[in-house]
Design a protein around this ligand. Structure first.
Ligand code: GLY
Length: 324
């Protein structure tokens, strides 16, 4: 009898530890948060977004399933989103006031706290790969503009014409804002992409890529390439990638603040992400954040009516969604 009791107690402790459900790997993505409703988006467009989000999840899943690292998963997943004209990153990026495209991206390795970031990129197709190369092949964290492109060429990157990034939809958004002489902050600020991955080695990485805001001026840079604002990863807490009105995220030190709440206040990832979104709301900012911790717990929080998002885990759990 005592033996049965012992085994039952052991089994209950095992269950409550969550060990039986902890996935071997997990991956979460976003494609931007903003004002969106089912009515304002045709089912064809919704399906196209869902198709690309699913494809990105599949690519990341395949990397992790085959024993790839979280950094490989983050980079390859984000490349799918950068190469799609749907999102405000890479091919689908928004226009600056001058009618050019300037891209920002960053990546962080939660095991070593190494990081790489680039901003103001005009001629590199996949800025996320350049950010990773800055992290791995330079002694710096953050390179910008022409210098970043010089570094890219030295590292063997092929350049593209700035016109490669042209899309009719984004061009129209700029023309509308120019006509109304509206400030960048009121313009098209949705569609930043990001990914956070936990690999089978227990390591976490996060990355973010964006075109910034339509009609941005004066070399404006948002939160996406700023480590601790738009991107942060630490194996001890979690990894995070943000989307939204960048100025607020920089002022809050958004993603680092979430990590700090988890580290010092022992908050779980969802509570910490929610608390940070509440701070954003109080300040008047809009946007969202995705995150995951070392147990593969997922957070996808936002204060807008929608966020393109999804996650996948080794245990078969999966979700892809757009609206609240
Ligand atoms: N969150 C992207 C930006 O503000 O540039």
């Amino acid at each position: 009898m005592r033996q049965v009791f012992f085994y039952m107690a052991f089994f209950l402790i095992y269950l409550s530890s969550g060990a039986q459900t902890s996935p071997k790997y997990a991956l979460v993505i976003h494609g931007g948060a903003g004002v969106m409703s089912e009515k304002s988006m045709t089912s064809e467009i919704q399906n196209e977004y869902l198709r690309v989000l699913n494809k990105a999840l599949q690519v990341g899943d395949s990397v992790l399933l085959h024993g790839g690292t979280c950094l490989d998963a983050v980079e390859k997943t984000i490349i799918i989103l950068e190469d799609s004209p749907l999102f405000n990153a890479g091919k689908g990026a928004v226009f600056t006031h001058e009618g050019t495209i300037e891209l920002d991206a960053s990546v962080m390795d939660g095991k070593t706290l190494a990081a790489g970031a680039v901003s103001g990129i005009k001629d590199i197709r996949n800025p996320i790969s350049l950010a990773r190369t800055v992290m791995e092949k330079s002694e710096h964290v953050f390179l910008t503009g022409i210098g970043a492109s010089q570094f890219a060429v030295e590292q063997g990157f092929k350049t593209v014409e700035n016109s490669y990034f042209f899309t009719e939809k984004r061009y129209k958004s700029l023309q509308e804002l120019l006509k109304k002489e509206r400030e960048p902050a009121t313009g098209d600020k949705h569609g930043t992409v990001g990914c956070v991955a936990l690999d089978t080695f227990g390591n976490i990485a996060a990355g973010t890529s964006t075109g910034g805001m339509t009609n941005k001026k004066y070399g404006r840079v948002g939160d996406s390439p700023v480590i601790g604002a738009g991107t942060y990863a630490n194996n001890q807490t979690g990894g995070f990638s943000c989307t939204g009105h960048g100025e607020f995220y920089i002022r809050l030190g958004f993603s680092r603040d979430i990590s700090a709440m988890m580290e010092y206040r022992k908050m779980n990832i969802r509570k910490a992400c929610r608390a940070e979104i509440d701070k954003l709301t109080k300040m008047g900012g809009t946007g969202g954040v995705i995150g995951l911790d070392r147990k593969g717990n997922i957070a996808m929080e936002f204060n807008t009516s929608g966020m393109f998002r999804g996650y996948i885990k080794s245990n078969g759990e999966k979700e892809v969604a757009i609206f609240k």
